[in-house]
Design a protein around this ligand. Structure first.
Ligand code: ADP
Ligand code: MN
Length: 357
């Protein structure tokens, strides 16, 4: 279970507000947020399972300042998908929290202002399971404000969009961290100003950096395969969003890619082996379909084969402070335009070859 006494400041963010925490094991993050974001996660988990699988797993929420006695059993009651409000632990009271954050803040240029809120959301840490995760926050949409935004905020966000790829491409790089395996063994940090000065001509560089193309550790054929897989993963996100009626403003795609060369090689080898196995299974299934053979035991084995190897990449949608379901309004073209042009970054102009190579 979660050890409430040992929450730590979570430094591995690409962008956004200050104050994200993590549990000691690093498998969960605790993010201060507006109540509307918790509501959106709850509705998605209850009513929109296709979309919920694109989000980090929702573990529950924390509310500041409720009675301490409740803490024990509310903690016990919260499992994956749990939606009970959990009492914010004493370790997170404002003074201590600010102390721990302020020391980390000095080192991290990717953090913004602290959010004024009494609520925090508990989520799966999407970076967990990677040895040295490379990650990039891709902020989607050319329109970045919701209907309830004041005029001054609309004007400010429109101004930033007009000067960046948000306006020209429907997305921009909000922040990025890339592991440097050579030399110092440190992360190279790209802040929001890096993303703002990228253009439609060179924004591909960010996607190349994510998969460590400059490090040239993989054979070209493997790289091509990986890029195809990334493109397909973005494509399936596109299809889910195209089939739903929602509006999301300033939401992001969080891309994660293994940055450690050895772990990356293991993950690629496992994926290649898995593909070969899938092909073999498919031809066996075909033969069995013809002869009418094959039983349920085989199907169970097939399921056991899935998702056992080390992770190469993951893509999740995050940041739902300004998201809602809007039945009757049709698909979210603002989001879709951004996702389609992200997808294009992985294709050549003739759309037959991967393009970030
Ligand atoms: P904000 O409203 O502050 O922009 P976000 O949801 O965008 O909030 O989160 C800020 C940053 O925290 C993101 O850029 C990302 O790097 C990191 N982050 C958010 N959610 C997760 C998660 N579930 N797992 C790992 N990192 C996350
Ligand atoms: Mn964000």
């Amino acid at each position: 279970g979660l050890d409430w006494g040992s929450l730590v400041a979570f430094d591995n963010v690409a962008a956004g507000h200050d104050g994200v925490m993590s549990d000691a094991s690093g498998s969960l993050i605790i993010k201060p947020c507006v109540a509307a974001e918790v509501d959106f996660y709850e509705v998605c988990n209850a009513e929109h399972p296709d979309f919920a699988q694109l989000m980090p797993t929702f573990m529950g929420s924390l509310q500041r300042g409720q009675s301490k006695e409740l803490q024990g059993h509310l903690t016990a009651a919260s499992g994956p998908g749990g939606s009970g409000a959990i009492v914010l632990p004493a370790a997170l009271d404002k003074e201590k929290e600010e102390n721990s954050i302020n020391s980390a803040e000095a080192k991290n240029p990717l953090r913004g202002k602290r959010l004024e809120t009494e609520v925090a959301i508990v989520l799966e840490n999407v970076l967990a399971g990677f040895k040295k995760p490379n990650f990039v926050d891709v902020k989607l949409g050319s329109r970045l404000w919701a209907d309830d935004a004041p005029l001054a905020k609309r004007a400010k966000l429109d101004e930033v969009a007009s000067q960046t790829t948000s306006g020209s491409l429907g997305f921009r790089i909000a922040g990025m961290k890339i592991w440097q395996p050579e030399g110092s063994g440190e992360y190279k940090v790209f802040d929001k100003f890096y993303g703002r000065q990228l253009t439609s001509e060179n924004v591909k560089d960010a996607f190349s950096a994510l998969v460590g193309l400059d490090q040239k550790t993989e054979a070209p054929g493997v790289v091509k395969e990986v890029i195809t897989n990334l493109e397909e993963a973005v494509g399936s996100i596109e299809h889910i969003i195209a089939s739903q009626e929602s509006r999301m403003y300033s939401a992001s795609l969080l891309f994660v890619y293994e940055g450690d060369p050895h772990a990356r090689k293991e993950a690629i080898d496992a994926a290649v082996a898995q593909t070969a196995q899938d092909h073999a299974d498919a031809s066996v299934d075909k033969a069995q379909a013809k002869t009418g053979q094959g039983d349920e035991e085989d199907d169970e084995e097939d399921e056991d084969d899935e998702h056992t190897g080390p992770k190469l990449f993951d893509i999740k949608m995050i940041d739902f402070a300004h998201a809602s379901w809007t039945p009757g309004q049709g698909p979210d073209e603002n989001m879709l335009a951004g996702i389609r042009s992200v997808r294009k970054q992985y294709r050549d102009d003739d759309e037959t070859e991967p393009s970030i190579v």
